[in-house]
Each structure stands twice: as C-alpha cells, then as structure tokens.
Design a protein around this ligand. Structure first.
Ligand code: SF4
Ligand code: FES
Length: 350
C-alpha cells in the first residue's frame, strides 16, 4: 500500500520519543536524488499507492521539491510528514506545484512552553501553527499529528481545540511508541493509567462531536492494553520503510532485530526486496508464530503484534508481543509502567 521514505535523519527538533535509531545516519551517507526517484518508480510499479516522505525532517533535503515531483510523476499519492519549522511560503508553493497532495505537521503540546521544551527549539510551536495556516490557505490536505505521553496528555482537550482551530481535516493522536529514542526515554514518557483512561474518554467524545468536521485517529498505547495492535498492518504486508542510506525494512525499527539482513536498494530492486528478501519473509503471515498466537483466532487480525516490541521486552523477536494478555511475558508491560518514574528525558541528537 505505501512506502515510508525516511529521506534523512537530519532534523532541527530533538523530540525524545523519536523512533529513529540512536545511531543516526549522517547526511554524507544518504541516498542520492536519482536513487530515490528510481525507488519511487519501482514501488509504484509494484503497486504502492502512497509515499510518506518522512525523516528526520524531509525538508532538510535540498532536493525535496524534485523528490515530490518524481513521486507524483510515478503516480504515488504524496504525503509530507514534517515538523514544518523550516517551511517557507515559497517552498510550500514549489512543493504544491510539484504535486504534493497532503501535509502532516507534528505538534508537541497545546502551549508554546511545553511544546518547545519537547521539541528542544524555542519558537517551534508558533512556527508550526503558521505553517499549518499556510498549508490550509493553499488548499492542501492537512493532518495534525500529536505524539502523546506523560508530559502532554493532561492537555488533550486543548490539543483537540488547536486542531479544530487550525482547520485540519484530520488529527492523529498517537501514544508514543517505544522504539529508538522513544525506548531510551521510555521511563520518562510512559503515561499513568489514569491519564490514559481520561484521554480515551475525552478523545472518544471529541471524535463523535466533530464527526464530519475533523476526523480523529487515536492510536492507543500498548502498555495498558489486553491485545496488541497489528503493527504496520502485519510484518511486510502493507508497508515498507526505506532508511536514509537505502536499506529496505518492513518497519522503522526492524534493524534492531539481530540476524536479519536488510536489502540495500542501491543494489536491489524494490520488487526483489519485497518479494524475496529473507528479512521480509521472516515474520510475514502466520507460519513463524509460536503459541499462543499459532492457535489464536486473532492471528490474522493483529498478526502477533509488534516484532520489535517483542524483542525489546523479551529479547526474542519471534515471541508473542507482550502487549497481549495471552503472552506468558505480559507482566513485562506492567513492569515497564512501574519503572516509569523518571522525569528528565534525553533529547534526540546526533
Ligand atoms: Fe494476537 Fe497472538 Fe495475542 Fe492471539 S495470542 S491476540 S494472535 S498476539
Ligand atoms: Fe517493528 Fe512493530 S516496530 S514490527
């Protein structure tokens, strides 16, 4: 369905929940423009419908307008996932002319002080709100995305009001996922159970109230769940990620799993990577599953949850995701919540 193009790890922000790896890729190792354009064409030929241009900050690529144009010419629906603090009116006009379909802007909190503290950049929040207005005024589709955690979850009403005021067609309220920098900062980010209960009720009521005006997607946290989510819609079923240096992976954290060799798209065609690479086949479908997943009626609903979370919490990527109450390791989720007593987080930096 979609290619998630991590164009770069460069970013002006320092969000502590970033899913990028702790070892960030330097600009000198990033793919060239021509590599990306070929990847877009090959992905479209394979049947992909969308490209999500992400990072890091995709606007850090000097060739971002050419990349949008190339993706658009390949027939892909183009979505720019941006922090937006460096988005100028001229650049947005150029992106729109190149065929950009949709912009997703991240917000860090409802108020400037809290947001700029998480982003690690003074003035970031105000610039994001101006960028959202620019996107709207050009008639481009706009989603606001907020990663929520212990430090901003108590302002969920204000965040939703900000989304409404911005005129966004869609808002994604996603509880932090604990990969990369997020995993390193988990003890400082995990919310309390009472915060999560309240958020579920507030977001549910707002989604009903705003139906037809602004759609709200609520991505719930695994740590208070009884069943896992189908991470990435199932391993290598709908999405593939390409890292800044051209590694094809089924998800953004897959390279934390030892023993998997990910195809280098500088040398390997996209179709070959998707269809034949051992790393893509390893957890595709249900054949790899242990019990209790193997005999479970939900095995083709959640596909056993998240392989990277299973690895992070049990040391075994082939284990049932501990987010599942049927997993013998389910207690690890509660242990992580119990350990979440740290207040200071480590900003994402090179
Ligand atoms: Fe999903 Fe496996 Fe849990 Fe069944 S046992 S709900 S398939 S994670
Ligand atoms: Fe890798 Fe969930 S993040 S499978």
């Amino acid at each position: 369905m979609a290619l998630l193009a991590e164009l770069t790890h460069r970013c002006p922000l320092a969000c502590p929940y970033c899913s990028n790896p702790l070892e960030l890729t330097r600009a000198s190792a990033e793919l060239e423009t021509a590599d990306w354009l070929r990847i877009f064409r090959e992905a479209a030929a394979l049947g992909a419908m969308q490209v999500h241009l992400s990072g890091g900050e995709p606007l850090a690529r000097a060739d971002i307008v050419d990349l949008v144009a190339g993706a658009h010419e390949a027939g892909l629906y183009t979505n720019l996932i941006t922090a937006a603090v460096t988005l100028s009116p001229g650049r947005l006009d150029a992106l729109a002319s190149a065929g950009l379909d949709h912009v997703q802007i991240s917000l860090q909190d409802a108020d400037a002080a809290g947001a700029d503290r998480i982003a690690g950049l003074a003035g970031a929040h105000a610039r994001k709100l101006r960028a959202a207005e620019m996107v709207r005024s050009r008639g481009l589709a706009l989603t606001l995305n907020v990663v929520v955690h212990r430090h901003n979850l108590d302002r969920i009403e204000e965040l939703i009001e900000l989304g409404v005021a911005s005129g966004a067609g869609r808002m994604e309220i996603a509880h932090a996922q604990y990969h990369g920098w997020g995993l390193a900062n988990r003890a400082a980010l995990l919310p309390r159970a009472d915060q999560v209960r309240r958020a579920v009720s507030v977001v549910g009521a707002a989604a009903a109230r705003l139906r037809g005006r602004m759609a709200i997607d609520h991505v719930l946290p695994d740590h208070f769940a009884a069943r896992p989510k189908a991470c990435m819609g199932g391993w290598a079923r709908r999405f593939f990620v390409v890292s800044p240096q051209g590694r094809a992976m089924p998800c953004h954290a897959a390279d934390t799993i030892p023993g998997l060799a990910f195809p280098d798209l500088r040398r390997t065609p996209v179709a070959e990577a998707w269809q034949e690479a051992e790393a893509f086949r390893r957890f595709r479908g249900t054949g790899w599953m242990p019990e209790p997943c193997r005999g479970c009626e939900r095995r083709e609903v959640d596909w056993g949850g998240c392989r990277c979370q299973a690895l992070a919490l049990t040391g075994d990527a082939a284990a049932t995701d501990p987010a599942c109450a049927l997993s013998p390791q389910h207690h690890r989720m509660a242990e992580a919540v119990g350990d979440a007593t740290v207040d200071a987080f480590r900003p994402r930096r090179f």
